[in-house]
Design a protein around this ligand. Structure first.
Ligand code: FAD
Length: 474
């Protein structure tokens, strides 16, 4: 059968490329089954597929060597940071090479006076902040997973601090990128603005490894605030909590973080993170930062708005340890739900809407959950209009299909309210079906044109981000 012979040719090509790579890069290349298994999936375990081999790159030149050889042999390549992405982003296609960036962890420059730094793409954001400890500066973008900065660029990640500091889009100044054919380019630079040429940095931020592989990142840094205060406020009613968060933003309070967890999420987090002093009802987590007078003012306005919306009073986390405990509980929310439902499959939504539509959406979603008969927790970065529904379902095809029905209903609601199917997790394969509806066919054709121009042989993470597979035309 011709299909089989095409498959065999692809298998032979990748075998030959791995042999060549081993000649060039020695023991940075592995075909060990357990190494391949670890690179067969991200957090969406059900989408696993083994790569033919894994290359542990240590330099931009290593990445360039891999891409040049794979390009000439039409072998697909998937960049792998920490594998914390949740939409099947790093699942390789058949006969592919996975290129792991996690050994590229150097901090290349810290320019404290200009508040920027340059790092290799495999460094994690937690480790960057450890290495910045003595500078009075920090990097604020904080997705829940222990992600690499290259992976965070590639998914245009954000987190709890985006409401104040922005997402990766606002915090990346420039990149070093290896193109599909192995050529190395630099984008952007150290300046805060430039009006020269197409904005290639923004093109690669959010491109999910489909246009090039990022090896270095120039980042904006921020001063550690003079004062930080954290508090929680509980609500009997979900809508009251959402309305409070929305009104805080609309009042122009420069809040550092405002996060919501509903009753189901709180029940899980109380058990997992030992928050026994709290009740399993909807809760807002706040953080205020700045000069003491500014913090006082922010707190006064926020407390007043919470009171007007039937908040049950503020409980303060005053010491660094208490604050860490609170935010750790927030960051561990996903694992808290997983622990409460062992063996279950969790489907995560990531909708975002303009802030004025958020209460409508969350109340509608809560009703959808009830109607579906499924259990689901709601949590999110409500200051941005972004929240996640963790849909808990049995680990079977039927269970997954039921969860996906609910997922589609939630996305449809968000799109109707001028929103997006993903505020921060990205497309991968999980959100492909919604892209045409969200962007429209003409915009997708422009995206496809860019993809074909930069990766004519379709070797860079094929099958991700763009709804239709591209023909090999190189
Ligand atoms: C518990 C939990 C909580 C999370 N919370 C958040 C959150 O609050 N906000 C958020 O935004 N995300 C969140 N995520 C998702 C995830 O952490 C992010 O998507 C993160 O940016 C992925 O980084 P990574 O290094 O793990 O990338 P990977 O998963 O390894 O890769 C992700 C994508 O980027 C590509 N890629 C990786 N490195 C490079 C590179 N150097 N050059 C080009 N392409 C590359 C890959 O091919 C893939 O397409 C969460 C995940 C978990 C498990």
């Amino acid at each position: 059968m011709p299909h089989l012979s095409i498959d065999r040719q692809a298998a032979e090509r990748v075998t030959a490329v791995l042999a060549q790579l081993t000649e060039h890069l020695g023991n940075k290349v592995s075909t060990n089954p357990s190494v391949c298994e670890a690179h067969s999936h991200g957090e969406a375990l059900e989408l696993a597929r083994l790569p033919a081999g894994v290359v542990f790159a240590e330099t931009t030149d290593d990445v360039s060597t891999v891409l040049a050889l794979c390009h000439s042999a039409y072998v697909p390549v998937v960049a792998f940071g920490a594998g914390t992405s949740v939409e099947g982003h790093v699942t390789p296609p058949e006969h592919a090479v996975s290129i792991d960036l996690s050994r590229m962890t150097a901090v290349l420059q810290v320019n404290a006076a200009d508040m920027d730094c340059r790092v290799q793409a495999g460094l994690t954001r937690q480790e960057l902040n450890v290495r910045l400890r003595d500078t009075g500066l920090f990097f604020p973008v904080d997705p829940g997973g222990e992600a690499t900065l290259g992976g965070m660029c590639a998914t245009r990640a954000s987190g709890t601090a985006a409401v104040h500091y922005g997402t990766m889009k606002e915090n990346v100044l420039g990149l070093t990128v290896v193109m599909a054919n192995g050529e190395v380019i630099k984008t952007g630079g150290r300046v805060r603005k430039s009006s020269t040429g197409y904005d290639l940095t923004s093109l690669f931020v959010g491109s999910e490894g489909t246009l090039g592989i990022i090896t270095e990142v120039q980042l904006r840094l921020h001063g550690i605030p003079e004062q930080l205060s954290a508090a929680i406020c509980q609500f009997e009613n979900l809508e009251d909590a959402v309305r409070t968060a929305v009104e805080v933003i609309q009042a122009g309070v420069p809040i550092a973080r405002v996060e919501l967890m509903d009753d189901v999420q709180m029940a899980a987090s109380i058990r997992y993170s030992g928050l026994e002093e709290l009740r399993p009802i909807t809760t807002l987590f706040f953080e205020f930062s700045g000069a003491p007078a500014s913090v006082r003012e922010q707190v006064d306005v926020t407390e007043m708005l919470a009171r007007e919306n039937n908040g049950l009073g503020f409980a303060w986390a005053d010491t660094p340890d208490e604050r860490t405990r609170l935010w750790k509980a927030r960051h561990n929310a996903f694992w808290a739900v997983k622990a409460l439902y062992p063996g279950a499959r969790i489907v995560t939504t990531d909708c975002i809407v303009p802030i004025s539509r958020l209460a409508d959406l969350i109340v509608g979603v809560k009703a959808d959950i009830q109607e579906s008969g499924l259990e689901a927790a709601i949590l999110g970065h409500v200051g941005d209009g972004n929240f996640h529904t963790l849909i808990i379902t049995e680990d079977s095809a039927a269970g997954h299909a039921k969860a996906m029905d609910l997922d589609r209903r939630i996305v449809a609601r968000a799109l109707e309210l001028d929103g997006s199917c993903s505020g921060e997790h990205g497309v991968g394969v999980g959100k492909l079906e919604f892209l045409a509806q969200e962007h429209g066919e003409p915009s997708l054709r422009v995206m496809r044109t860019l993809k074909v121009a930069l990766d004519p042989r379709n070797i860079l993470n094929p099958g991700k981000l763009l709804p239709e597979g591209l023909a090999y035309i190189g």
